[in-house]
Ligand binder design. Structure first.
Ligand code: VGL
Ligand code: ZN
Length: 208
């Protein structure tokens, strides 16, 4: 069984958002085009409290995009984004969310960030997604959304570790690209056995 996993297509990662990903809005059209091909659609939603430790504003003397070390490892400090209950945290209004079966919220614990749809950044706290997918017999995931080099990458790598087949829709993702992180993300995903197709190849990928 296949599922489409749509990562963080939220206003704050799109044009004029607080952490706007360059060309972030461009993922919406290909995502909407593949949605009718799937029986199971799952979305993630970055969902931070105002005092979240991934926000530079909560660390005196630190700047946005600086890296710090936390008990669970390295953490990039971001502009405030996807604050719970704000418009910035809403899904982009042009994304078709009608057929979404499950929304996994992540990053809602003040003291831990969560890039991956499966595990928070301590690599042990589960979001519950693996249990959900397993109980439905879903073994193959098509991934799309924002951002290629953070939440998409971490989700794809965790999915491979959990032995899912993973296919990235290359025209339905966009990257933040800090210090060449886009190219290294694509290389890491490739090395982990992630397949890459464009959304136009979805029928062949699904029907062989
Ligand atoms: C993301 C940085 C911070 C993402 C979320 O969705 O890729 N990136 N929070
Ligand atoms: Zn975030």
């Amino acid at each position: 069984m296949n599922a489409l996993l749509i990562i963080d297509v939220q206003n704050d990662f799109c044009a004029a958002g607080k952490l706007a990903v360059h060309n972030g809005d461009k993922v919406i059209r290909p995502i909407n085009q593949v949605i009718p091909k799937f029986e199971h659609i799952i979305q993630t939603q970055d969902w931070h409290p105002k005092d979240h430790l991934s926000f530079a504003s909560n660390h005196e003397g630190k700047s946005e995009y600086e890296q710090i070390v936390l008990p669970y490892g390295e953490q990039v400090l971001w502009p405030d984004h996807c604050v719970q209950g704000t418009t910035g945290a809403d899904f982009h209004p042009e994304l078709n969310t009608l057929h979404t079966q499950l929304v996994i919220r992540k990053g809602f614990r003040k003291e831990i960030d969560s890039y991956s749809a499966f595990f928070e950044n301590d690599k042990t706290t589960s979001t519950g997604l693996h249990g959900f997918l397993s109980s439905l017999g879903i073994k193959r995931l098509f991934m799309c959304g924002l951002a290629t080099d953070f939440c998409v990458k971490y989700s794809a790598l965790d999915a491979r570790k959990l032995s899912y087949d993973v296919t990235l829709l290359t025209d339905a993702v966009q990257a933040i690209d800090l210090n060449n992180s886009k190219d290294s993300a694509l290389a890491e995903m490739k090395a982990a056995g992630v397949d890459f197709i464009s959304s136009g190849e979805i029928d062949t990928a699904l029907n062989g």
